[in-house]
Design a protein around this ligand. Structure first.
Ligand code: FO1
Length: 325
């Protein structure tokens, strides 16, 4: 077995813990690693989007975080930049549909992960090894080492997350989001300790239903969050009633919530201390004030690497401000 970082961070210091899934989260974490020592940050990552692709386990949210922290993410935020499609093209020549696009460079990640898993390693160990090989010092962890798929029940039938998101382009109308393994999946080693000993806990600007909720569904995680003494802060993925990326706004509507940052704030209010929304939405302030948590606004748009850093600075300043009271 390769040596891995599947222990608590070597520094032994209380960690900044970020609960994450998807491109928005990865960009925010990159901002955080620009202003905090990377080894003081731990990421608890969604695995509900994982899929088996031609026999290989693929973990899009973990890979998006690792590639972004390594500075090699693709143009759309996922995959690897300047990747090649010759392997996919050949699959198509051979008559495969190839709707889920794995590039040649990205494939190397899946080969390494799957080799570790086949040799008896865990997903946590494989993730630690991939971070080490990409020189990523942030402690990136899957929330669970078990299979924990997110299933999307729609008016057209039940779909895996990637069938819904990629193959069907998020078009089917959602009637429910289900987690069939939610009672049997266990938190990965160290995850509950990371939460209970955290210095601060951030819920990244991710989709609340398919990035954050799958994490909260793992037995013990929601309770650990509620019980943790760390200040808990969530950042809205909805700006001006729209998601920067992905189907979060459509999901809010179909799941019967306000299609706004306020709708997201209400979902997180039972277990956070501070909700941060974009200054574009400052007209929501009177409604935000009626929630039983602190709320504040700042610029949260991350156009480029500097923008990611600025958002991390803004959000951390708001958290420090709230901690004074
Ligand atoms: N997203 C797409 O829209 N189309 C794809 O073909 C696709 C392939 C893919 C391959 C590897 C990977 O890590 C991510 C990939 N994604 C693709 C993105 C992925 O579906 C989403 O980023 C997440 O699952 C949502 O957080």
């Amino acid at each position: 077995m390769p040596s891995t970082t599947n222990q608590d961070p070597a520094s032994g210091k209380r960690q900044i813990v970020i609960i994450a899934g998807g491109v928005g989260a990865a960009r925010f974490i990159d901002g955080m690693q620009q202003i905090h020592p990377p080894d003081s940050i731990s990421v608890i990552c969604n695995v509900g989007d994982d899929l088996t692709w031609n026999g290989l386990k693929v973990c899009p949210d973990i890979d998006t975080v690792i590639y972004t922290l390594a500075g090699i993410e693709g143009e759309l935020g996922w995959g690897i930049q300047d990747d090649f499609t010759s392997m996919l093209d050949e699959l198509t020549v051979l008559g495969d549909e190839a709707w889920f696009r794995i590039g040649n460079r990205d494939l190397a990640t899946h080969l390494i992960r799957n080799r570790i898993l086949q040799n008896g390693g865990t997903l946590s160990e494989a993730t630690g090894e991939l971070c080490r090989r990409r020189n990523v010092s942030v402690n990136v962890r899957p929330v669970t080492d078990d299979n924990h798929p997110t299933m999307i029940r729609t008016t057209e039938g039940i779909l895996t997350f990637q069938e819904y998101f990629v193959a069907r382009q998020s078009e089917p109308v959602i009637t429910n989001i289900e987690f069939p393994n939610k009672d049997s999946a266990l938190p990965a080693p160290g995850i509950l300790d990371l939460i209970s000993t955290a210095e601060s806990i951030y819920i990244a600007p991710s989709n609340p239903f398919v990035s954050i909720e799958p994490i909260l569904q793992i037995p013990g995680i929601r309770d650990a969050l509620i019980e943790s003494k760390a200040p808990k802060i969530a950042i809205s993925p909805i700006i001006g009633g729209k998601a920067i990326k992905g189907p979060a706004a459509k999901m809010l509507y179909e799941m019967g919530h306000d299609v706004s940052a306020l709708g997201v704030a209400k979902i997180y209010a039972p277990f956070i201390d501070l909700f941060v929304y974009d200054t574009i939405d400052q007209e929501l302030t009177p409604s935000m004030d009626s929630l039983a948590i602190q709320t504040a606004h700042c610029d949260t748009i991350m156009k480029d690497r500097l923008g990611r850093k600025q958002v991390a600075v803004n959000v951390t300043a708001l958290l420090n401000e709230v901690q004074k009271y």
